[in-house]
Structures are given as structure tokens and as C-alpha cells.
Design a protein around this ligand. Structure first.
Ligand code: S3P
Length: 170
């Protein structure tokens, strides 16, 4: 049984939301997703926030959401946007917030899973694979640094990943 929040970080398409929802179902904890919290608060999609207000504004909002979550006492499963751990300030807030689990994915899987996706402004256009590879090379060391546990997810089912997270909790 978890005694702290469980936070899932990792690249777009790593399965943070699916795994988070499944883990929440299994443990009976509530599930929240920072992207969803931001969209609800702004009454706008992430794509529109990027387009109309810019990425810097979005990143500010992510920090605000983390602070809000830190002020709440009930335990949760939290999935955060793929770029949220990039800010050093956010990594410190994540550590305070609970157990941080990094779902590590390869560019191959990202491309397969996000084919045709129009909701991720950072992965649009004709060079999605190159962009994913470039971003992953930059971000993976940061994700590793932000997390206490890393799970390579490419070949694993959602259930297998949930079981691994539960083993970490024991
Ligand atoms: C982003 C990831 C997205 C969303 C936004 C930016 C990123 O979330 O926050 O499009 O910088 O990696 P998911 O990781 O849930 O797709």
C-alpha cells in the first residue's frame, strides 16, 4: 500500500496516462493528469495554449499545478506532461510530491504510438522520428535524474508495468 503519491514521468507516448489510470484503479487511489488539469483551468486544449500563449506560458502553468498538488493532502496517482521535469524547480517539486517513476520509451515506440496524433504540438510535421530522437537524447538523462525508479516500457503491457510499480511499493 502506497504511503506517498506515485508520479509518472516520461516522454510523450510512454503510456503515463494509461499506466497511471490502471495503477489508480488497482490501488483505489484517485488519478490526476497535469495536462488535463491545465486544460480544464484554461478551458483550452494544450495545442491552443501553445499556439495562443506560447510554450513558456505553458511551462509556468505546469509549475503552478505542481505547487497546487503539493498543497493537497490526499494520496494520488499523478501523470505529468512529458516536458514538466525539464525545469530544475519542477524536479525539486516532484521529489517533494512523492515517488517519481520514469517510464522509459524508445523513439520507435513513440513513432508507432503517436502516428497521426495532432494533440502534441512538439511532435507535428514531417520529421517526427528525428524530433523524437533528438528530444529523447536530451531528456532521458533528465528524466533519470528526476526519478527514483526507471522502467523500460517498450515491450511491456500496462498490467506488467503496474505490477512492477507495485513491487516498488512493497
Ligand atoms: C509535452 C508533453 C505533453 C504535453 C505537451 C508538451 C512535452 O504531454 O504536456 O504537449 O514537452 O513533452 P504528454 O507527455 O502527456 O503527451
Amino acid at each position: 500500500m502506497s504511503t506517498e503519491n506515485v508520479i509518472l514521468i516520461g516522454f510523450m507516448g510512454a503510456g503515463k496516462t494509461s499506466v497511471g489510470q490502471a495503477y489508480a484503479r488497482k490501488t483505489g487511489l484517485p488519478f490526476v493528469d497535469t495536462d488535463q488539469m491545465i486544460e480544464e483551468e484554461a478551458s483550452m486544449t494544450i495545442s491552443d495554449i501553445f499556439r495562443l500563449k506560447g510554450e513558456d506560458y505553458f511551462r509556468e502553468t505546469e509549475t503552478g499545478v505542481l505547487k497546487k498538488l503539493l498543497s493537497e493532502e490526499d494520496l494520488k496517482v499523478i501523470s505529468v506532461g512529458g516536458g514538466l521535469p525539464l525545469r530544475e524547480e519542477n524536479r525539486a517539486l516532484l521529489k517533494k510530491l512523492g515517488k517519481v517513476i520514469f517510464l522509459q520509451v524508445t523513439a520507435d515506440t513513440v513513432v508507432k504510438r503517436l502516428k497521426g496524433d495532432t494533440t502534441r504540438p512538439l511532435l507535428q510535421g514531417n520529421h517526427v522520428r528525428e524530433r523524437a530522437e533528438e528530444l529523447l537524447a536530451f531528456r532521458n538523462p533528465i528524466y533519470r535524474q528526476a526519478a527514483s525508479v526507471t522502467i523500460a516500457v517498450d515491450e511491456k503491457t500496462v498490467d506488467e508495468i503496474v505490477n512492477l510499480i507495485q513491487t516498488e511499493e512493497e
